[in-house]
Ligand binder design. Sequence first.
Ligand code: KIV
Ligand code: NA
Length: 268
Amino acid sequence: MKRLTVPRIRQRKGGEPLVMLTAYTVRMAQLMDPHCDMLLVGDSLGQVIYGLPHTVAVTMEMMCAHGAAVVRGSYHAAVIVDMPFGSYEASPEQAFTNASRLLKETGAAAVKLEGGKVLAPTVEFLTSRGIPVMAHVGLTPQAVNILGGYGVRGKSDVEARSIVADATAMADAGAFSIVIEGVMEPIAIEITQTVACPTIGIGASAQCDGQVLVTEDMLGLFERTPKFVKRYGAMSKVVADAVKDYAADVRARTFPTEDNLYRADEEK
Ligand code: KIV
Ligand code: NA
């Protein structure tokens, strides 16, 4: 099957909703690929894979390694890699250096970066030089030290207007799609109705052109369940039960059994 391309994602504006989930490892990418339009190698891997308190400490090396693994494990979905904090904010040139490295070392189709009006010249710089950019507005986790937490954005009218302005600036600069995270629903609807590119919601609105979740959240592998997460699995229990059974077998010497052992008289 041919991989979904950025232009085909763009064409999905207002059409069949785009399905996106995060992926960080090869086996998960293989399992998710047939069902997803886009796999996002999110910098949420800082918390999910590395146990970091937030995404600020995530490095280019982490994004390159996990991005390459997800590309190796997928054939159909477009793979988008997050630009980590500190890799793109200083200048359009800095962003190009790091975004091009991400695409070269991973084989991904596009990068994602957080921010609005201030980053619009950077998005234009990248897109006009061959690097498709997905934007990310509203609750932007890399700004945790400014925001003071992960609370919903856009409760005041001033803040709502500035989030809509961020999204339109990103769309005008050439972003092929925009993630809208953690905002009051009318903001997500207004942005979706205003911009020409598809919007992808997370804690935003069912009226966005697509949805994304952190896979480990929706699988029930993390115990945290923010309001915007729907649990589609109970993987914590699956893992804990299997490990508990294995531990009991080892302690009782009921594993390994005949089936699991090599004998001299065996054919193969
Ligand atoms: O890093 C991430 O997983 C993300 C999504 C939640 C949009 O940016
Ligand atoms: Na992210």
